[in-house]
Write a protein that binds this ligand. Structure first.
Ligand SMILES: O=C(O)CCC(=O)C(=O)O
Ligand SMILES: [Fe+2]
Length: 323
């Protein structure tokens, strides 16, 4: 039994290097498992706005195809090549660069205000948007797959910090390469974020799961995920890199549980004017802690909590958006 003994308490594991040696670095899925994986076959180009909102709220993710032009993809790949990328502690083939906004990456930074995504997130959240992060990731040949995890950590964590404690957050994962079965397609366990079971503790991780769904798409598409859904990616068994630009947004009301270090104001001031509104303080929290039981002027409707937001009505079918 190892309950109650944290890794840091084990005297012989004092350095990160020693711990990394002990880490499970195995492939999440074999080639055979990839060949027989459950595949998503949704025609994402056909979804109405209501269906997109239902998909991210209820399934936990939505795919939006054709968001980037060939020229944008090519420029983003060039910017990617210019960035300092660091390997993760479990594989030198999975690399990342956080804080892309601090680097000379005008095309990536411009995407923070990408109109189709801003319009979607504004109808999803019904609030001002705060961009909490923008990072580039690269799953290179030999990458063993990202273990299944959530990006939500309601009390913060060593990997994600306190920023991940925001109660509502969406991450837009722009893919700069085609996701094919052998080239690290996205994986997700649909509806996993709805579970109230201990297995759904956002601090859990899994190598794989029988109900994981493989999502493939073309370069220039994005998967937008509810940060609470369990997800990851498959290994890269191909001979080409699989690059991704990930931009996270939260509604202005939904700040972290405690103050986080804010971004350097002088650096933020250098960003283009149209990006500034998304770079308000990371500690913005538009909430009413002292709310009385019956505040003045209470409303009699709120479309954002109505099943109408999914294009359906209570009492019409089972509320699954298809009724
Ligand atoms: O690579 C992917 O498709 C998913 C990456 C991921 O888990 C993340 O950025 O949070
Ligand atoms: Fe993630």
């Amino acid at each position: 039994m190892s309950y109650g003994i944290s890794r840091t308490m084990l005297p012989h594991r004092t350095t990160l290097e020693t711990r990394a040696e002990k880490m499970d670095t195995s492939f999440t899925n074999s080639k055979e498992e990839i060949a027989t994986a459950k595949r998503d076959d949704t025609d994402w180009s056909k979804l109405s706005r209501e269906e997109q909102i239902r998909s991210i709220e209820f399934e936990g993710f939505v795919v939006v195809p054709d968001l980037l032009s060939a020229a944008q993809i090519s420029s983003l790949r060039d910017e990617h090549a210019s960035l300092p990328m660091r390997g993760t502690d479990y594989s030198e083939h999975q690399k990342g660069c956080p804080d892309v906004w601090m680097h000379d990456c005008p095309v990536a930074i411009d995407l923070i205000a990408h109109p189709p995504i801003i319009e979607f997130l504004t109808s999803l959240f019904g609030d001002d948007l705060i961009c909490t992060s923008i990072g580039l990731g690269s799953s290179e040949p030999g990458h063993p797959g990202i273990a299944i995890h959530t990006d939500s950590q309601p009390y913060g964590s060593k990997i994600f910090g306190l920023q991940a404690s925001s109660p509502i957050l969406a991450r837009v994962l722009y893919y700069l390469d085609d996701l094919t079965p052998d080239c690290s397609p996205f994986k997700v366990i649909p509806r996993s974020h709805l579970s109230m079971h201990r297995d759904a503790s956002p601090y859990g991780r899994l190598l794989c799961h029988p109900d994981e769904l493989m999502v493939t798409c073309k370069a220039g598409s994005a998967a937008i995920i509810n940060q609470k859904v369990f997800h990851g990616n498959f290994p890269n068994h191909s001979d080409r890199p699989r690059r991704m630009l990930a931009i996270a947004y939260r509604p202005a009301w939904a700040g972290p549980i405690d103050d986080v270090e804010d971004r350097d104001e002088a650096l933020v001031a250098r960003l283009p004017d149209k990006i500034q509104p998304f770079f308000r303080s990371l500690n913005t929290r538009d909430i009413a802690f002292d709310l009385p039981n019956r505040p003045d002027n209470m409303a009699r409707d709120a479309a954002g909590i109505s099943p109408r937001r999914w294009g359906t009505e209570i009492g019409n079918g089972n509320g699954n958006g298809k009724g």
